[in-house]
Design a protein around this ligand. Structure first.
Ligand SMILES: [Zn+2]
Length: 73
């Protein structure tokens, strides 16, 4: 890198002023009032816009079965 290409600290700071991270947008589930990400199904009850889209019970059972099989092996 040649000296000609060097930026000032202010120049670098100005560029990095747009690099800040924003906190995820959360909303409250209408079914169980747990917080969940916008435009995503609730991970607590599996509901999205009043519809059941994830079978939470089956998913939990599957996870538990996997865990026990892993422990026994
Ligand atoms: Zn919910």
């Amino acid at each position: 890198m040649s000296v000609r290409m060097r930026h000032t600290r202010a120049h670098t700071g100005n560029r990095r002023s747009h690099h800040g991270l924003t906190a995820p947008r959360l909303s409250k589930c209408t079914n169980c009032s747990a917080s969940h990400l916008r435009h995503r199904a609730c991970s607590n009850c599996g509901m999205y816009r009043g519809k059941q889209v994830i079978d939470v019970v089956a998913k939990a059972e599957k996870k538990a079965a996997k865990k026990t099989s892993k422990a026994s092996a």
